[in-house]
Write a protein that binds this ligand. Structure first.
Ligand code: GLU
Length: 390
């Protein structure tokens, strides 16, 4: 079992996600002293040879302050306008603050398609790697001015996890307004216990994440745990800690409270990481217990074990596989279009030719294109840090 490193400088490449509420004050706008302090932390890491990428929220929050928009939920076009105004200011502040340490910032604005379509994903990855090799710190956000509801990440927690896996980071840090994961939302349950080390994101751990989100931040604990699943399954550790104090990265090294999520001991290949991290699978297959057991032992998914097919997908699209309990257990690339999948579901592979009129492939999802997204779920979180060191 891996354990947290003694210092952040032990990591090679770190993605830091910063929530809007940390950077932007509703009344006064950008919190410049806080930004300068985190840029000092980033400069210190860079000096120790750690590559740093920042996923910065705050465009919409900053823009709405500048534009003096009324409090409460914004309409899509209002938040897009706010982002247009806020992002330009946000990027300038980052660039100026990092320049104090002679670090060059590079802005990257992503839309969902940039990580969900394989070709665009490879392209975005190449740009990010180039920026890093030139010694720049990428400042990344969702391209909120063009993203519409159907094609947006919507929260920067999962975007940051996608960025972390895309660039092969070994640590993702989510700076939040809460210092880590508790057994229950601490503001609702006084008995809630803090979890410093999470060895594996089991269904029990997922259940601990409440859904709450503040007005300035889109993601609650739920999206942070989703981010953790994406990151850890790709072999990237994750830390959740409070970004409220000044110099929160230095704070982690000095023992500030945080939850550390262990990277998977058997990370899947880069291609499977991409499959598992897809944010919007195009369809769902419900499989029986026999098929679920076969998948868990590394076999392909055959049509015989499929009980139900939903969604409109084409061969090669990512689809979700759920067990009879309704929980997702795997994801994979469809071997058939949805229509064909419906026709052959529940049938033996040798019947495929008669059903479709041609000899198709034997598997609904081939095992090379399949990745388990949920473990059988035996272990819970450990709240004994020492255990992880043992
Ligand atoms: N992309 C949004 C912004 O910059 C923030 C999304 C989030 O807070 O997760 O305003």
């Amino acid at each position: 079992m891996s354990a947290p490193l003694a210092s952040l400088s032990g990591y090679r490449r770190i993605v830091i996600k910063i929530g809007s509420a940390l950077l932007v004050d509703r009344a006064s706008g950008l919190k410049k002293p806080w930004l300068d302090a985190i840029c000092d932390d980033i400069a210190a890491l860079r000096q120790k040879g750690v590559e740093v990428l920042v996923v910065s929220s705050g465009a919409i929050a900053l823009g709405r302050t500048v534009l003096n928009l009324s409090p409460g939920a914004l309409k899509l076009e209002e938040s897009q306008a706010a982002a247009a105004v806020g992002q330009i200011a946000l990027a300038r502040h980052w660039s100026e603050s990092l320049a104090r340490s002679e670090i060059v910032a590079g802005q990257i604005l992503l839309t969902l398609g940039d990580t969900e379509e394989r070709r665009r994903y490879l392209n975005a990855r190449a740009t990010i790697k180039q920026l890093l090799s030139l010694g720049s710190v990428p400042i990344i956000n969702e391209n909120d001015t063009v993203a519409t509801t159907e094609i947006r990440y919507g929260d920067n927690d999962r975007l940051a996890a996608r960025v972390a896996t895309m660039c092969g980071a070994d640590l993702l840090i989510l700076l939040s307004d809460i210092d880590g994961l508790y057994t229950a939302p601490p503001h609702l349950d006084p008995q809630a216990e803090f979890l410093p080390v999470i060895d594996e994101i089991t269904p029990q751990i997922e259940a601990m994440a409440g859904g709450a989100a503040s007005e300035l931040s889109r993601g609650g604990m739920r999206t942070k745990i989703d981010a953790g699943k994406i990151a850890t399954s790709a072999g990237c550790a994750m830390i959740i800690t409070s970004g409220k104090p000044m110099n929160p990265l230095k704070g982690i090294d000095n023992g500030a409270r945080h939850s550390w999520f262990a990277p998977s001991a058997t990370p899947v290949t880069a291609r499977k990481t991409w499959i598992a991290g897809q944010l919007q699978p195009a369809g769902t297959l419900v499989v029986d217990q026999g098929a679920e057991t076969a998948l868990r032992s590394g076999k392909s998914l055959l049509p015989a074990g499929v009980q139900d097919v939903s969604g409109q997908f084409h061969r090669g699209d990512t689809i979700s596989v759920v067990g009879l309990s309704g929980r997702e257990i795997a994801r994979g690339l469809a071997g058939y279009d949805a229509e064909e999948a419906r026709r052959i579901a529940g049938h033996k592979s040798r019947e495929i030719e008669a059903l479709l009129g041609y000899a198709g492939r034997a598997a609904m999802i081939h095992r090379d294109d399949l990745v388990m997204t949920e473990t059988a779920g035996k272990t819970g979180g450990s709240n004994q840090r020492d255990e992880a060191h043992a």
